[in-house]
Structures are given as structure tokens and as C-alpha cells.
Design a protein around this ligand. Structure first.
Ligand code: HEC
Length: 104
């Protein structure tokens, strides 16, 4: 029983440290783009503004980061809520939006 208790505590600690890492570390914008956003934003699927395409982002530059963030988190048009990145934090979304808007 004592052994089981130790294993349980270790699993809990591992879980906690992973949560802290995700919250504090953040994800690289490239990695988020590759895994979640690229599927639509590389080709402009269903009218998605293309990655690094200045013209596609022109009207969106008029919007605030808050508005863009809201579109991604809530979903907009054919874009599903959170742009299919379920483990992205607000900071991750802001970073990847900046990355996609920047000229490549
Ligand atoms: C299933 C396809 C799909 C995926 C996956 C997707 N998007 Fe989109 N995204 C779209 C489409 C379509 C639009 C255009 C929506 C519109 O203007 O009606 C869009 C629009 C946007 C906009 C502009 C919002 C606005 O208010 O005009 C941002 C910013 C954006 N996406 C970011 C992201 C990010 C960041 C990810 C990845 C975390 C992502 N998208 C994943 C399809 C997608």
C-alpha cells in the first residue's frame, strides 16, 4: 500500500510539472502553425487568409489583436474554434497570429 501511495504521488507530481511547463513555456509559433493552422492557412482553404500573404491579411491588419484572437478562439466562418489547437494558450495564439501575418 505504501508503495502504491508513492507511485500515486509521483504521477501527480509529474502531471503538475507538465501542466506548469505548458503554461509557462509556451509553444513556438512555427510548431503551432505546422500542427494546427497550416492545413487551412497554407493553401487558403475555404477562404482562409494565407500564411505570410500580405494581401490576404490587409483587411485583417485593420483589426485589433483582440478581435483576431477572438475570431480564432471562438471560430469564424469555416474556421473551427481554437483553429484546432486545443492545447494552445492565449499567448500561443497571439504569437502564431503575428507569425502568420508577417511577410515571409
Ligand atoms: C479548418 C480550417 C482552418 C484551421 C485549422 C485554422 N483556420 Fe484560421 N481561418 C480559416 C478560415 C476559413 C478563415 C476565414 C474566416 C472568415 O473570414 O470568414 C480563417 C481566418 C483566420 C484569421 C482571421 C480572423 C478574422 O477575424 O478575420 C486568423 C487570425 C486565423 N484564421 C488564425 C488561425 C490560427 C492561429 C490557426 C491555428 C491555431 C487557424 N487559424 C487554424 C480556416 C482555418
Amino acid at each position: 500500500m505504501k508503495l502504491l501511495g508513492t507511485i500515486g504521488a509521483n504521477v501527480l507530481l509529474l502531471g503538475l510539472s507538465m501542466m506548469i511547463q505548458t503554461a509557462a513555456g509556451g509553444q513556438s509559433p512555427e510548431a503551432v502553425y505546422q500542427k494546427a493552422c497550416k492545413v487551412c492557412h497554407a493553401s487558403g482553404l475555404a477562404g482562409a487568409p494565407r500564411m505570410g500573404h500580405v494581401a490576404d491579411w490587409k483587411v485583417r491588419r485593420e483589426l485589433t489583436m483582440e478581435a483576431l484572437l477572438h475570431s480564432v478562439v471562438q471560430g469564424k466562418g469555416s474556421m473551427p474554434a481554437k483553429g484546432m489547437c486545443m492545447d494552445c494558450s492565449t499567448e500561443d495564439f497571439v504569437a502564431v497570429i503575428r507569425y502568420m501575418m508577417s511577410e515571409q
